[in-house]
Design a protein. Structure first.
Length: 310
C-alpha cells in the first residue's frame, strides 16, 4: 500500500486502547512502518502484530497501573532511555492512546516527549472516555491531554461520547469501540499515505512539517464520492467528522490531497479545492497534492489535514 524507502515512521500504542488501535493499523499492512505496543500490563502485550514494550517493572510488577496516572508516568520515566532508543532517527511518530486510565494518561505524554526529543514530528491520536465512565476518569483524561499537548506537535482528539451522535442507527457496544478504532486507524493511515505515496503533484515531509510542527489540535477528514454531484458530496463529507472533538473552521494550515482517474476535469479539482479552502482562515497556509488513480473508477477521493483548529 505504501512505499517507504527513506523515512523511519513509528506507530506506538500506549495502554490498552492505544494498543488495540495500533494493531488495526498493522493489520492494514502498510510497508516500512515500525509498530510498538507499550504498556505497564504484561498480559496486554500479546499481539504478534506489534513489538511489545513493557514499562515500569519496578512500578506495578507488570500488572498495570490501576487507573493511577502517576504510576503510569513513573513507569515510562523508569524506561525513558529505552523509549528514546525506540524513536532514534525517526522522522514521524504517531502516539495512540485511550485517555482516562493510568497508562494512557500517565505514560503517553512521556512516550511523546521521547519521540519529540528524538526529533520526530510527533502526532498524538487519542480518545476521551464515555460519560458513563464517570467524572474522575474524565478528569484524569483531561490532565493527561494537557500533558500530552506539551510534547506533541499535533493532536487528534476523539471523544468516545461522540459515537452516539455519529449515526441515527442503533450501535452495539462492540461496534462503538470499532468505530473509535476506525477513526484512529484511518487518521494514521491517511497521514501515512500522504507522507509516503509518490504523487503527480507531490506533498513531501517538509510540507508536512510546515503544517503540523507545533500546530496544536488538528482535524483529519477522508471522503470519496461519485456521480454527477460528486464535487458537492465529497466536499460536504470531507469537512465533517462527527467523531472528532474539533472541526476545521478557521484552520491556520491545510493539506489537501486529491486522487481520481484520468477523466477528472480541471473544473472539478478547482471547485473541490476552493470549497475546502473557504472553510479555513483567510491567511491559512494551504499545501495541495494530486495523483491519478484509475482504480478509483468514477470516484473522487479527498483527504485533508487541517492544523491550528479551535
Amino acid at each position: 500500500m505504501f512505499e517507504n524507502d527513506f523515512m523511519k515512521i513509528t506507530v506506538a500504542g500506549v495502554g490498552c486502547g492505544g494498543n488495540n488501535s495500533v494493531c488495526r493499523v498493522a493489520d492494514a499492512k502498510p510497508n516500512g512502518i515500525t509498530y510498538y505496543g507499550i504498556d505497564t500490563d504484561k498480559k496486554a502485550l500479546r499481539s504478534s502484530a506489534v513489538t511489545p514494550i513493557h514499562l515500569g517493572a519496578n512500578h506495578g510488577s507488570g500488572r498495570g497501573c490501576g487507573g493511577n496516572a502517576s504510576l503510569g508516568k513513573a513507569a515510562a520515566e523508569e524506561n525513558y532511555e529505552l523509549l528514546l532508543d525506540l524513536f532514534k532517527d525517526c522522522v514521524v511518530a504517531f502516539i495512540a492512546a485511550g485517555l482516562g486510565g493510568g497508562t494512557g494518561s500517565g505514560a503517553a505524554p512521556i512516550v511523546a516527549k521521547a519521540a519529540h526529543e528524538a526529533g520526530a514530528l510527533t502526532i498524538a491520536v487519542v480518545t476521551k472516555p464515555f460519560a458513563f465512565e464517570g467524572s474522575r476518569r474524565m478528569a484524569v483524561a483531561d490532565v493527561g491531554l494537557e500533558e500530552l499537548r506539551k510534547y506533541s506537535d499535533a493532536v487528534i482528539i476523539i471523544p468516545n461520547e461522540n459515537v452516539k451522535n455519529s449515526t441515527t442507527q442503533k450501535i452495539t457496544f462492540a461496534n462503538a469501540f470499532r468505530l473509535i478504532d476506525d477513526v484512529l486507524c484511518e487518521s494514521v493511515l491517511s497521514v501515512l499515505e500522504i507522507l509516503t505515496k509518490a504523487m503527480l503533484i507531490n506533498i513531501d515531509i517538509a510540507d508536512i512539517n510546515t503544517v503540523l510542527r507545533n500546530s496544536g489540535d488538528i482535524f483529519i477528514g477522508n471522503a470519496v464520492a461519485e456521480g454527477n454531484d460528486r464535487v458537492r458530496k465529497v466536499v460536504e463529507a470531507v469537512i465533517k467528522n462527527p467523531l472528532l472533538e474539533k472541526g476545521m473552521n478557521d484552520a491556520k494550515g491545510l493539506i489537501i490531497y486529491l486522487s481520481a482517474n484520468h477523466n477528472v476535469s480541471l473544473e472539478e479539482i478547482n471547485d473541490i479545492s476552493n470549497k475546502i479552502a473557504e472553510t479555513t482562515s483567510p491567511d491559512a497556509n494551504i499545501i495541495w497534492g494530486f495523483d491519478f488513480d484509475d482504480s478509483l473508477g468514477d470516484l473522487i477521493k479527498v483527504s485533508i489535514i487541517a492544523s491550528g483548529v479551535k
